[in-house]
Design a protein around this ligand. Structure first.
Ligand SMILES: NC(=O)C1=CN([C@@H]2O[C@H](COP(=O)(O)OP(=O)(O)OC[C@H]3O[C@@H](n4cnc5c(N)ncnc54)[C@H](O)[C@@H]3O)[C@@H](O)[C@H]2O)[C@@H](O)CC1
Ligand SMILES: [K+]
Length: 522
């Protein structure tokens, strides 16, 4: 599913109205009816007891008036609270105000704070609230009567259904402009907005639903930017089938360059992630002294011990030639989990990052070795996918960590541009950016995944997808979705936290089954 900024959504709306010829009134009718249907399916009891709809001065308020009419037509008790003078309701919103008045829907008015205060009990006592104050047209800090109305909705015990956006939340940055509604459910029009799926916006949105407003799919396919919201539907559409006439060679041979003394678990978890993601073969390369240990942990993997090794039990730069020549026969590689942080290991990691002849995931210690040197990857012999967490990204770009977290999508974009490679910025709402401008935000995942070892599983899983022939951006997106969704599955079945990285890997086959059978629409 595509993901848009406010201006991009407005451009799609405009094109649909002006060029395709769908009347604006039709879009608003579909929007309001869609919200009413979601509201009725999700909160039928509350709707039977009564709904209060707060309407702002623009088309978002117009949508709210359409919701009111549909509830009223079903005989449900509904009231509208208008927060702008009636002459402000123009165009489609004006039409819907006239129709609502004609239909006899009770209209309350509060254009100043004193009047609103007198109506506070209406808001605080309503069984169900609909927030139709502002949508994508929010253009400045919220104040006065609107700010107070938002505070009252947030104090009210009733569920709040937000129309298109929780009012006050920026559709672009996901930050409140002054104050924002904390919605129980947000029914958004046509496509999800960036500010709804990154933090902190995600916490204001509650459950996110998308309303089909009748924008022709071709408009979205041809004119929406190549930015994707990684959902179950997206992943199900991206997953390749496994041909019945296949053998282990069909699914690729992955080289895992990971693990050193004291960090052998990283190699094991990485290989486990790869094996659970259906790769044909895994070869695990480590310093010779670790090889027996790794072999005993991973009967399914081939292991290969090399010397000389560093005093820290890491591969040494002298091993480069042998690794590079063996890699010629592989389909993909993972470089970095537990690889080692000595100067020598760093030197080897930097050389391999440039010279490995196959698509390669660069993770953990390999990223530390590349701190401040992203440009070196422009010359890499084959595509790379980088998987930094915010701390590693801060070192790669030489920026403070707070800045990374404040602008995650922009930062990933910048790192992709600098390195000419696909970049995955991990963390809550993982983002992916490709050097050609494609980008994505993950819908899946939960805080239970914030535990040592889960990153190693992700890099193995991603390597396995590269080895199976997925192109780097698609592999990165599918891997982050699967990894998050595996965490979500464990959170439901095991508990919200305390599940381990190995369990995340082991949950993958069940997810593949669910995706193959999936027939939903989000
Ligand atoms: N044709 C379209 O473009 C469609 C729009 N739809 C709805 O229309 C919305 C966008 O409508 P609009 O562009 O009219 O914008 P909004 O309804 O989101 O708000 C714009 C209005 O609020 C005022 N405003 C903005 N920030 C303010 C603030 N901080 N304090 C006080 N007033 C403020 C503006 O001056 C303007 O009057 C969407 O979110 C969606 O709900 C849907 O009906 C579907 C089709
Ligand atoms: K709203």
């Amino acid at each position: 599913m595509r993901l848009v900024y406010a201006a991009e959504m407005q451009a799609l709306d405009r094109f649909t109205i002006q060029e395709v010829g769908v009347p604006a009134e039709v879009l608003m009718e579909n929007a309001g009816r869609g919200v009413a249907e979601i509201l009725l399916s999700r909160f039928p009891e509350e709707a039977r007891r009564g709904t209060l709809i707060l309407c702002g001065p623009g088309n978002n308020g117009g949508d709210g008036l359409v919701v009111a009419r549909h509830l009223h037509q079903r005989g449900l008790p509904v009231k509208v609270l208008l927060l702008a003078p009636e002459e402000k309701y123009r165009g489609e919103a004006g039409i819907n105000l006239r129709v609502a008045r004609y239909a006899g829907i009770p209209l309350l008015r509060a254009q100043d704070e004193a009047t609103l205060e007198a109506l506070a009990p209406e808001i605080l006592g309503a069984p169900l609230l609909v927030d139709a104050l502002f949508g994508t047209g929010l253009s400045r800090e919220v104040s006065g009567v609107f700010a107070r109305a938002i505070e009252l909705m947030n104090q009210a015990p009733a569920p709040v259904v937000a129309v298109d956006m929780p009012s006050g939340l920026s559709a672009d940055t996901g930050r409140p402009l002054g104050v924002a509604v904390r919605a129980t459910l947000t029914a958004t029009m046509a496509l999800p907005k960036v500010g709804q799926v990154i933090y902190p916006g995600r916490e204001y949105v509650g459950e996110l639903r998308v309303v089909d407003i009748g924008m022709p799919p071709r408009v979205i396919e041809e004119r929406a930017p190549a930015r994707f919201y990684l959902t179950r539907k997206w992943a199900a559409g991206c997953l390749k089938g496994r041909p019945p006439e296949s053998h282990k060679g069909t699914f690729g041979h992955l080289l895992v360059l990971a693990g050193s003394r004291g960090k052998s678990g990283a190699a094991v978890l990485c290989a486990r992630g790869a094996l659970r993601a259906g790769v044909g073969l895994v070869t695990l390369v480590s310093a010779a002294s670790l090889q027996p240990l790794l072999a005993s942990y991973l009967p399914e993997a081939l292991t290969w011990g090399l010397s000389p090794e560093t005093p820290e039990g890491e591969l040494s730069p002298e091993c480069a030639g042998e690794i590079l020549s063996r890699a010629e026969r592989m389909r993909a590689a993972v470089l970095g989990p537990g690889f080692g942080l000595s100067e020598a290991a760093g030197q080897l990691a930097r050389r391999l990052a440039r010279e490995l002849p196959v698509p390669t995931v660069l993770d953990a210690d390999a990223l530390t070795a590349l701190s401040g040197r992203l440009e070196e990857l422009k010359e890499a012999r084959a595509p790379r996918v980088l998987t930094p967490h915010p701390g590693e990204m801060a070192r790669l770009l030489g920026l403070p960590k707070e800045e990374i977290q404040a602008r995650r999508l922009e930062i990933a974009r910048e790192a992709a541009r600098k390195s000419h490679q696909v970049v995955v910025l991990k963390g809550a709402a993982t983002v992916v950016a490709a050097p050609d401008g494609r980008e994505a935000v993950n819908s899946a995942g939960n805080p239970g995944l914030a535990q040592g070892g889960t990153g190693d599983v992700l890099s193995g899983l991603l390597g396995a997808l590269l080895a199976q022939g997925y192109e780097p951006f698609e592999a990165a997106c599918l891997a982050v979705y699967l990894h998050g969704a595996a965490g979500d599955l464990l959170s439901r079945r095991v508990g919200p936290f305390g599940f381990t990285a190995s369990e995340v890997a082991d949950a993958l086959p069940r997810l593949f089954r669910e995706l193959v059978l999936y027939a939903g629409n989000i």
